[in-house]
Ligand binder design. Structure first.
Ligand code: ADP
Ligand code: 5GP
Length: 194
């Protein structure tokens, strides 16, 4: 796969779980028809509101490990112990074949790995919650986590926040509409830059 085609642009969003990536990325996608969501592959259980092939490609841990061995991922991470997430090379090919640019919602390490690969063709945006307390409240309100997975996500959040400084841009997600507008401006500037 060649990564050196002109005019390719990738938007890479990252945040601690509950930071607001999904909400903000959906609003950005609505605004820019030339963008397409990069559907990641994961071994975590599907949530009731999620659609296989739309939110994620849900596969077993064994299948995930096989794909790692076959070098099918452009990047992957064991984001939580025993729970894998990654972007298949075939997913990027799918989006490029549509003539669109991919938007990623991935963890901090995956984001920086993609930045290393795509350099100036990529823009990394970190979505920062106003505080860890507010993050916890939002995660609880979302109602998708067990106490165990909530604790795992919060346990990792403080560490993830230390990565903000390595991103091209940081958006503090306090007032949602304002954060969405900031994201749209950043994306518009990047897409219209040469
Ligand atoms: P992530 O994809 O980063 O895990 P979500 O987009 O699912 O985060 O957001 C986590 C929860 O917080 C969701 O229930 C969402 O509706 C809510 N949320 C996101 N941004 C805000 C905000 N600025 N104010 C209040 N609630 C928010
Ligand atoms: P969730 O389980 O809340 O959907 O996602 C947990 C974490 O995994 C989030 O930080 C999310 O951005 C990250 N993630 C989702 N897809 C990928 C991916 O393809 N690669 C990497 N490295 N992280 C991902």
């Amino acid at each position: 796969m060649s990564y050196e085609v002109m005019n390719r642009k990738m938007l890479i969003f990252s945040a601690p779980s509950g930071g607001g990536k999904t909400t903000i990325v959906k609003a950005v996608l609505k605004q820019f028809p030339e963008l397409a969501f990069s559907v990641s592959t994961t071994s975590r259980p599907q949530r009731p509101n999620e659609i296989n092939g739309v939110d994620y490609y849900f596969i077993s841990t064994e299948e995930f490990r096989k794909k790692i061995a076959n070098e099918e991922f452009i990047e992957w991470q064991e984001v939580y112990p025993g729970i894998y997430y990654g972007t298949l090379k075939s997913e990027l090919e799918r989006i490029w074949a549509l003539g669109k640019n991919p938007v990623f919602d991935i963890d901090v390490k995956g984001a920086l790995n993609l930045k290393n690969i795509f350099q100036s063709e990529s823009l990394t945006i970190f979505i920062q919650p106003p505080s860890l307390q507010i993050l916890e409240q939002r995660l609880r309100n979302r109602g998708t986590e067990t106490e165990e997975s909530l604790a795992r996500r919060l346990g990792k959040a403080a560490y993830e926040l230390t990565f903000a400084t390595y991103f091209d841009a940081v958006i503090v997600n306090d007032q949602l509409q304002q954060a969405i507008q900031e994201a749209i401006h950043l994306v518009a500037d990047f897409l219209h830059s040469i």
